[in-house]
Ligand binder design. Structure first.
Ligand code: ZN
Length: 301
């Protein structure tokens, strides 16, 4: 097999991952992503080109700045490698160059948004808004399947059908999240999901269409719930151990119950980064959605 094109996609992904790292660091601070050149967040000294090689530089310098020795987050290497791998997957998963390009663009946007949300709890408009537009435009190059093919059979032009399907995905995804956010605010009186999540789901829906959007909402809430349970268990374990230490006479059952109450209370004030789960679900759906659904259906039919 010819390894040239896969290698090009992988290397291009590594380089693009490097640029995404700059976006993740600078966009939430509203700094320009073009200038100045990359610098160490510790000593502000510009990073030399030979110290800016994706993944390798981080390993060679053992995650430290060459000048001041400040720790450089492993996130830099992880984002670069992940982008490289997803570009490679895009090459193999796509049936055409246009489709591969679409998957690369979607992967880049999602990696940028997932890591920014994880670090800062922000989903910058500078990524989501152009992302929605790119998703809609990409439907004019790669056909998005969906309800328009069923309801609007008189339309012959595949591009119009595809664009309508992309639009339907965006409206369904963002509408669903907006509905949940408004409901949550009405019941709890505080903001649970930010408007950034609404825009993120519009982006995902525009790229993936209605069917995959439903899968993303399902997987996203599944990932989020698993994270929530693990999070409460972790806090519970710590609080339980502390109670046992401080109140040795308390019966273990009661200590466990009290620790659980206090853990779920602590969890409530924790701000869940929904964008991380929705974004991860979108990546899974984009690459394995079709396989996942047919595997699931085979279990029951
Ligand atoms: Zn430094």
């Amino acid at each position: 097999m010819n390894a040239f094109f896969p290698a090009v996609f992988f290397l291009f992904g590594l380089l693009f991952g490097s640029f995404l790292n700059v976006c993740i660091y600078r966009l939430p601070q509203e700094l320009s992503v073009v200038s100045p050149r990359s610098f160490c967040p510790g000593c502000k000294v510009p990073i030399a080109a030979y110290d800016n090689i994706p993944v390798l530089s981080w390993i060679i310098l053992r995650g430290k700045c060459r000048n001041c020795g400040a720790r450089i987050s492993p996130r830099y290497a992880v984002v670069e490698l992940l982008t490289g791998v997803l570009f490679l997957l895009s090459y193999f998963a796509a049936g055409s160059i246009a489709e591969a390009a679409k998957l690369c663009v979607l992967s880049s946007l999602l990696i940028g948004l997932i890591f920014t949300d994880a670090e800062t709890k922000l989903l910058p408009d500078l990524l989501t808004k152009p992302g929605i537009l790119l998703g809609l435009l990409s439907s004019l190059m790669v056909s998005v399947e969906g309800p328009a093919h069923f309801f609007l059979r008189s339309i012959q032009d595949w591009r119009i059908l595809s664009l309508l399907n992309s639009l339907a995905g965006a409206i369904l995804g963002s509408g669903f999240i907006l509905g949940i956010a408004l409901l949550y605010e009405a019941v709890r009186g505080v903001e649970g999901m930010g408007r950034g999540d609404v825009k993120l789901m519009a982006l995902i829906g525009a790229f993936l269409g209605v069917k995959q959007t439903l899968l993303v909402l399902l997987l996203g809430s599944l990932f989020g719930s698993c994270f929530g349970v693990l999070m409460i268990l972790r806090i519970w374990r710590k609080r339980f151990a502390r109670r046992r230490r401080k109140l040795p006479s308390e019966p273990p059952g009661q200590a466990s119950r009290r620790a659980w109450q206090s853990a779920s209370l602590a969890y409530r004030s924790f701000q869940i980064p929904f964008g991380v789960f929705l974004g991860t679900a979108a990546l899974v759906s984009a690459f394995w959605g079709t396989a996942l659904v047919s595997w699931y259906l085979k279990l029951y039919w």
